[in-house]
Design a protein around this ligand. Structure first.
Ligand SMILES: Nc1nc2c(c(=O)[nH]1)N[C@H]1C(S)=C(S)[C@@H](COP(=O)(O)O)O[C@H]1N2
Ligand SMILES: [Mo]
Length: 228
């Protein structure tokens, strides 16, 4: 398979959402930072409140990718690049997990029931090379986000295609999204399309717009420090 588009040069995503502009302003002003620390092991991170609905956050476009057209490309610093279609995705060992969502805009949603493929399955098939230390995620709406390989490899991270026993709704990233529960939810790319393994960290959409590179909610890693 040819792979000319996999050079890491993502097109700039079209941003239609007013919220995306507002969120960029929040990064500049340090909105919502409490400076609090919470005891280790506390469920709710500082500055967060629990909601029971599920807010939708995106760049104002919601790509409709039918499962039959959906593909996931895994490439970069790996022993084996590969592409999964929907059948291949469903043929993988399936995992169920329950986890909390923590969005940087301060809402948290407890006890989400996910079903999908653990990131460990991706790692076992791709076999990242020793130089691979970061992962870049590319979505069908041209959104990108980055995370350390160690966070991607977390045992509770998965490529989710079901939520609460139903197919993952399009507005929440269906057919397939990443879920990395221990980081702010902007790291959990919706409408997942490509996963690239890289040696050097490379900022994604929000990371380029003032948001923290790692995004640990318990350390309140909402925004970059000025000197970063
Ligand atoms: N492809 C894509 N993934 C994305 C986003 C996006 O705009 N596009 N927004 C991120 C942000 S900022 C958040 S908080 C969560 C929101 O997921 P939800 O809409 O399912 O709550 O998705 C993240 N993943
Ligand atoms: Mo977000």
């Amino acid at each position: 398979m040819t792979d000319q588009s996999d050079d890491g040069q993502a097109a700039a995503p079209k941003v239609r959402g007013r919220l995306a502009e507002i969120k960029q302003g929040w990064a500049e002003s340090g909105r919502f930072l409490t400076g609090e620390t919470r005891p280790a092991g506390e469920r709710l991170p500082p500055g967060q409140h629990v909601v029971t609905n599920w807010p939708i956050l995106d760049l104002g476009t919601r790509p409709k990718v039918a499962p039959e057209r959906w593909q996931l490309r895994v490439f970069g610093l790996v022993e084996e690049s590969f592409t999964w279609d929907w059948q291949a995705m469903l043929a993988q060992p399936q995992t169920r997990s329950v986890s909390d969502i923590h969005c940087v805009t301060t809402w948290s949603r407890y006890d989400n029931h996910w079903e999908g493929v653990a990131t460990s399955v991706i790692l076992a098939q791709a076999r990242p090379r020793p130089e691979a230390r970061f992962v870049v995620l590319y979505s069908y709406d041209d959104y990108t986000t980055n995370l350390p390989l160690a966070d991607f490899a977390s045992p509770d991270a998965l490529l989710a295609h079901r939520w609460e026993g139903e197919p993952l709704p399009v507005e929440h990233g269906g057919p397939v999204r990443l879920v990395v529960p221990h980081l702010y939810f902007w790291k959990s790319a919706k409408w997942l399309r490509r996963i690239e393994f890289v040696a050097e960290d490379r900022r994604g959409f929000w990371e380029e717009r003032g948001y923290h590179d790692r995004g640990d909610p318990w350390a309140e890693q909402r925004y970059h420090d000025e000197e970063d």
